[in-house]
Design a binder for this molecule. Structure first.
Ligand code: PGA
Length: 244
C-alpha cells in the first residue's frame, strides 16, 4: 500500500523529504541513501545543505548511491549527474568521499560496471532509504517504459522526451544529451528498505495517477513501487492532480 502525502508546494515537498533524511541520519548515522538527480531534488539538496551548515544533519558516516548516470561521460564532465551532485550536495556536506558511490559513465565495460555497482550496494548492506523522482513518462531512474524492464543495474537507452528534459545540463541542446545511460534497475530500487518518490508540478500528474491507480506494468515503471511494503509518494498539489 503506497502512502501518499500531498503538500502545498515544491518547497513543502523538499522540506518533508529533507526532514526524513535528517531523521534517518539522526537515528542511524551510518545509513545508506539512494539519491536522485533532476530538477525535483534541487530544493531538497538546498535544504540539506542549509541543515548541514546549521549543524542539524551529519553525513560523516553515511553512504550514498546515486540512481543513474549518462553513459560515455566521465564524472567531471559538466553535464554528468556526478557533477550535478557535487554542485548541489557533495561539495557542501561532510560525506566521506570513499562512501559516495556512482555508476561510472566513462566505464569501458558497462555491463561489468553495473555488476560492480550491484556488488557495492550489497557490500554496503543494501540501501536504507531510496529517494526517486518520476519522469512524465513514468520512468524511475532511467528505467524507461517498454515491453520489459531490467531488475538490476543495466545499460539503458533514453527516450527522446527524457533527453529533452535533460537538455538544460547540456547548454539547452537535447541533441547533446547522451542517448544511453547506466541505471539502477527496478529490482535495485525495490530492494531498498524504504522508498520515497517526490514529484512536483502538473506535468507529473498523469504519471502519478497511473503509477498509483493503474496496473503494475512495464509500460509505467513507477507502478512497480506498488509492490513495495514501505513506499511514500510526497507530492505537491499540482503533481497530485485529481488525487485526494
Ligand atoms: P525531474 O526528473 O526531477 O527533472 O523532473 C525526474 C525524473 O526524470 O526522474
Amino acid at each position: 500500500m503506497v502512502k501518499v502525502r500531498i503538500l502545498g508546494d515544491e518547497g513543502a515537498v523538499a522540506q518533508a523529504v529533507a526532514r526524513r533524511v535528517q531523521r534517518l541520519l539522526a537515528s542511524a548515522p551510518s545509513a545508506v541513501l539512494g539519491l536522485p538527480t533532476g530538477r525535483t531534488p534541487v530544493e531538497l539538496y538546498a535544504r540539506l545543505r542549509r541543515a548541514h551548515a546549521a549543524g542539524r544533519v551529519d553525513f560523516s558516516r553515511a553512504t550514498t548511491f546515486n540512481l543513474d548516470e549518462f553513459l560515455g561521460l566521465p564524472p567531471d564532465h559538466p553535464g554528468s549527474y556526478r557533477s550535478f551532485m557535487d554542485e548541489h550536495l557533495f561539495r557542501h556536506v561532510n560525506l566521506n568521499p570513499r562512501r559516495i558511490h556512482f555508476l561510472h559513465g566513462g566505464a569501458v565495460d558497462p555491463d561489468r560496471e553495473c555488476a560492480r555497482y550491484e556488488a557495492a550496494i550489497r557490500r554496503a548492506g543494501g540501501i536504507d532509504l531510496q529517494i526517486v523522482g518520476i519522469g512524465a513518462n513514468g520512468h524511475i531512474g532511467f528505467n524507461e517504459p517498454g515491453a520489459a524492464l531490467s531488475a538490476d543495474s543495466h545499460r539503458a537507452r533514453l527516450e527522446p522526451g527524457t533527453r529533452r528534459s535533460n537538455a538544460a545540463l547540456f547548454g539547452g541542446r537535447a541533441s547533446a544529451v547522451p542517448r544511453e545511460a547506466l541505471s539502477m534497475g527496478v529490482g535495485t530500487i525495490l530492494r531498498a528498505g524504504a522508498i520515497v518518490l517526490m514529484a512536483t508540478g502538473a506535468s507529473k500528474a498523469p504519471a502519478i495517477a497511473t503509477a498509483l491507480g493503474g496496473p503494475v506494468t512495464t509500460r509505467m515503471p513507477a507502478s512497480f513501487l506498488q509492490l513495495h511494503h514501505d513506499v511514500e509518494f510526497v507530492l505537491d498539489r499540482e503533481a497530485a492532480g485529481t488525487l485526494r
